[in-house]
Ligand binder design. Structure first.
Ligand SMILES: O=C(O)CNC(=O)[C@H](CS)NC(=O)CCC(=O)C(=O)O
Length: 276
């Protein structure tokens, strides 16, 4: 049976240190013939000076961070989804927040550039987030066929846009990943409810891998990484600290829920992507 895992990190502004931490966790995971492991948003650099990410952004398909991630996928025999790393964009002064999926053979299978950018005011010590200052928004859906299921990609603030999840589901997603660095304040209020809603309304598994804790620049993230089944049940959750949560993928559960409550067939609305 295929296995789904979310890794929870307290990433620091040091790529090597984060890679070492990820490797330690990967070395403790249960073995599985088919295993999708999701790392949080900004897994290799977080809590430092955001502008620094422009300096080490890599071209897609080539660079130190991608080589290391590919090697880890091979070494631990997993499909490894790196929540986001900075990838060079068309604009010199911006990067894309890219989610990259590596195969157990170390091949880059797919990439997703975060579509919805967090230009938001929050009642925490940051007060105002303006992600679009340094990040170029993505414009395409990403869905990948693995042996046992199709996996759709989203990132963090995307969680608030149900149309994206619906579009991925319409394209066949069985599992949707939500690597995140959710703020502690908005996380407490909305994280679990939004994740469960996306799982229930689309009848998909959700793998939510979050940053957690107080980071070096004072930012606080919510943690509570979890895996939710297509009935909306939280299979496993890690509230605090660094580590992982893991659960089985059950194809029959998706089929049964979709047959019993055929929302896809009953739905009177269609979604249209409006990416400008
Ligand atoms: O900036 C980085 O290094 C990594 N990226 C993030 O932390 C991003 C953009 S600032 N955070 C979110 O999207 C939080 C969403 C959220 O908390 C909500 O929707 O409530």
């Amino acid at each position: 049976m295929a296995r789904l895992t979310a890794i929870q990190l307290q990433s620091v502004p040091d790529i090597i240190e984060n890679l070492a931490c990820i490797e330690t966790i990967l070395s403790t995971l249960p073995e599985s013939a088919e295993h999708l492991v999701v790392l949080p948003e900004a897994c290799l650099y977080f809590g430092g000076k955001d502008a620094q990410q422009i300096e080490f952004a890599e071209p897609l398909g080539n660079g130190f961070m991608q080589k290391k991630l590919a090697l880890l996928a091979v070494q631990y025999n997993v499909y490894l989804l790196a929540g986001t790393i900075p990838i060079s964009s068309k604009q010199d002064d911006k990067f894309t927040a890219s989610s990259l999926l590596f195969s157990p053979e170390g091949k880059l299978l797919n990439d997703y550039q975060k579509i919805h950018l967090f230009d938001v005011d929050v009642a925490d010590n940051e007060k105002s987030y303006r992600e679009s200052t340094l990040t170029q928004a993505g414009e395409k859906l990403s869905i990948t066929t693995l042996p046992s299921f199709n996996v759709g990609m989203t990132v963090c603030y995307d969680l608030r846009f149900p149309e994206l999840f619906r579009a991925l589901t319409k394209q066949g997603a069985d599992v949707i990943c939500v690597p995140s660095a959710f703020t502690k304040v908005t996380g407490k209020a909305h994280w679990q409810a939004l994740l469960q809603a996306r799982a229930i309304e689309n009848q998909v598994y959700i793998i939510a891998a979050d940053q957690e804790g107080e980071h070096l620049n004072g930012r606080q993230t919510y943690g509570h990484s979890m895996i939710i089944n297509p009935w909306g049940e939280i299979m496993t959750m890690k509230a605090e600290g660094v580590g992982y949560v893991s659960s089985n993928f059950d194809r029959e559960l998706i089929s049964k829920i979709r047959a019993d409550i055929p929302v896809a067939r009953h739905n009177k609305f269609s979604v249209k992507l409006n990416l400008t």
